[in-house]
Design a protein around this ligand. Structure first.
Ligand SMILES: Cc1cc2nc3c(=O)[nH]c(=O)nc-3n(C[C@H](O)[C@H](O)[C@H](O)COP(=O)(O)OP(=O)(O)OC[C@H]3O[C@@H](n4cnc5c(N)ncnc54)[C@H](O)[C@@H]3O)c2cc1C
Length: 376
């Protein structure tokens, strides 16, 4: 319990124990095993998006790279793709491959198109981004009448996100890194971090709050906008063959089979775009109805609802995270605003952050796209 803790002192304080905060602690201890590190989270493990997401360890859809290409040019978008590929490989090498407690499946992801026009309208050089076209006859049989084709890429992974967090936490604790749950950071001070109940003294602070940044300090309000994302888990009446991770961007839906007849669906945020701006988790009936309509009407499946939930994502206007040193009362760094892609980009981003903090890099990969001035 926080109230029984004495004032603590450490080298590095990481605020936010999601996938990115825990991964940053992991990489810092890889780069310098002598560092004293404390991670704190105001909730329990997985309280934020990292415990609530769809479990797509993915580079992202063809639409994502099309959009990045429009913003940053084809070469810029390809460098982001390479970053995402490295990130997935690192998660595989450091965790999936070696940890028997993580439930994961190597797979592909597929950006689906309902008709030829939607595919043509995308107007995207998919091959140069590693996507292969699959026509209708190459899709799983039960998707054939519903979709005209899809753009497929691999390697990608289906993962149970909380397993990944637990494996990270175990590894950190084995390295004597403290992970304090149910401790809320209140303020960054010249000494470290003031929490709701004690002072954590440290030399450097890393804020890894993703969608919750604007709650922490108003300086983040114009930079990272919190958006809710809704998820629906259903049990199907009959088995449905769908081995990949699926994106249906025009419908704003993504889905994956979890096991047997259980499938999880996410998305439909744009049905209530304004209503879904916010940093607290709630079920939206409008969006949940949209997800159900996708399952029942569009895919034509008979199902029963198992579970509904939501989570908070942090969006930036440029679709890429902010990852940099900022101006603050103590040496402070910020990593967040993953714009819905934190599981895919997060692990490599955490390495990037560890390199900044240990002085191995001066500027992060993402700063080369956009750099914000932030004074805490
Ligand atoms: C429903 C949903 C589905 C998604 N699906 C996918 C997907 O399939 N693939 C993908 O790549 N991405 C997905 N995302 C996005 C992905 O989950 C996030 O980008 C990623 O988890 C961000 O990790 P994080 O550690 O930066 O943030 P978070 O996991 O949100 O961690 C931030 C942590 O900060 C803590 N915190 C907040 N304020 C304080 C404070 N004052 N003091 C202490 N702690 C504090 C919170 O409790 C939280 O644990 C999804 C997101 C949602 C919501």
């Amino acid at each position: 319990m926080p109230f029984s803790l004495p004032d603590l002192s450490t080298d590095i304080i990481i605020v936010g124990g999601g996938f990115v905060g825990l991964s940053t602690a992991y990489w810092l201890s890889e780069l310098n095993p002598n560092l004293k590190i404390v991670v704190l989270d105001r909730g329990q493990l997985g309280a934020g998006a990292s415990g609530r997401n769809a479990g797509f360890l993915t580079k992202g859809s063809a639409y994502f790279y099309k959009s990045l290409g429009q913003k940053w040019g084809v070469e810029g978008a390809q460098s982001i793709l390479k970053f995402a590929e490295e990130s997935l490989k690192l998660v595989y090498d450091h965790f999936l491959k070696t940890s028997s407690s993580i439930d994961f499946i190597p797979t592909t992801s597929m950006t689906l198109f309902k008709n030829e026009k939607l595919h043509q309208d995308l107007d995207f050089d998919a091959k140069s981004f590693g996507f292969e076209w699959r026509n209708e006859s190459e899709l799983p049989e039960n998707l054939r009448s519903k979709f005209y084709g899809g753009l497929e890429t691999s390697p990608e992974y289906k993962v149970t996100p909380v397993h990944l967090l637990e494996a990270l936490k175990q590894k950190l604790e084995a390295r004597k890194i403290k992970v304090l749950e149910n401790v809320s950071a209140f303020k960054v001070t010249p000494d470290g971090v003031m929490t709701d109940s004690f002072v954590l003294r440290g030399k450097k602070v890393i804020l890894a709050l993703n969608g919750y940044f604007p709650q922490f300090h108003e300086v983040f309000k114009p930079l990272i906008i919190p958006h809710r994302a809704q998820m629906l888990a259903v049990e199907l009446e009959k088995d449905f063959n769908c081995p990949s991770l699926y994106y249906d961007p025009p419908e704003r839906v993504y889905w994956r089979k979890v096991h047997d007849r259980t499938i999880i669906f996410g998305g439909k945020r744009l049905l209530d775009e304004k209503g879904e701006v916010g940093d607290f988790e709630k079920i939206s009936p409008l969006i949940q109805a949209g997800l159900e309509s996708y399952v029942g009407d569009l895919l034509g499946l008979k199902y029963k609802v198992l579970h509904r939930w939501s989570g908070t994502m942090g969006f930036t206007d440029h679709e890429l995270p902010i990852l940099k040193k900022i101006s603050a009362p103590i040496e402070t760094y910020v990593v967040g605003g993953f714009s819905g892609h934190g599981m895919g980009l997060g692990f490599r981003s955490a390495l990037e952050m560890a390199q900044l903090v240990t002085g191995q890099k001066q500027t992060s990969f993402f700063q080369t796209f956009k750099d914000n001035t932030i004074n805490l």
